[in-house]
Design a protein around this ligand. Structure first.
Ligand code: COA
Length: 174
């Protein structure tokens, strides 16, 4: 009975998607925008009190260029056979000025998204591993990110990788 169950689980699991992880480029603009649009839609659907529809592309070319070419930021993309399967936005945080804070170099993962049709095929995990490597190459001491409380799936994803909660941001309408 147990063996049958294991066999069923293995049969249902999809193999890792073949991808190449690399730095994004302005040529990826359309693919990146499609991914940002998926992420924005998810946030709008769950938190219409915070996120709203807007005209125009999910992100402007000028915004993308700033992130791609800035000295303290980058975007990593997961390129699959049928286009971009995922992306991650990386920012190096300005150092804390508070004398009581231990000096740290913090890389923030500002956004990470895998297109719906390629989820649970290890794309996110490999993107996250590449983010950690990017941070290590910049001598970061920590990698941090923020997840909305509604997003239990993303929280499980980060926890499965080894992230753990630090602060808890509270909110109240007034
Ligand atoms: C979160 C996200 C990036 C994960 O990407 P992914 O490629 O599907 O994840 P992976 O296949 O690499 O999963 C790695 C592990 O994370 C965990 N995990 C991933 N998705 C999960 C889910 N929906 N539910 C529970 N655990 C999940 C599992 O432990 C998984 O390992 P397993 O498949 O062997 O069980 C993807 O679901 C996504 O783009 N979600 C929408 C955007 C979003 O919420 N981004 C985060 C904003 S903070």
């Amino acid at each position: 009975m147990l063996a049958e169950k294991i066999d069923e689980t293995e049969a249902a699991a999809l193999p890792p998607l073949p991808i190449t992880i690399r730095a994004g480029s302005p040529r990826d603009y359309d693919g990146m925008n499609a991914l940002f649009a998926e992420l924005d839609a998810l946030h709008r659907a769950a938190r219409p009190d915070i996120f709203q529809e807007f005209d125009g592309p999910a992100r402007t070319p000028a915004h993308m260029e700033r992130v791609l070419c800035g000295p303290a930021s980058n975007m990593l993309v997961a390129a699959a056979e049928d286009g971009l399967a995922g992306l991650a936005v990386l920012l190096i945080r300005p150092p804390q000025e508070f004398a009581g804070a231990v000096p740290r170099i913090v890389v923030e993962i500002d956004n990470i998204v895998v297109c719906q049709r390629h989820r649970r095929r290890r794309v996110g995990r490999r993107l996250l591993a590449a983010c950690i490597e990017w941070a290590r190459q910049r001598r970061a001491t920590h990698v941090e990110l923020v997840a909305h409380s509604f997003n239990a799936e993303a929280i499980r994803f980060y926890e499965s990788f080894g992230f753990s909660p630090s602060t808890q941001r509270m909110i109240m309408s007034v």
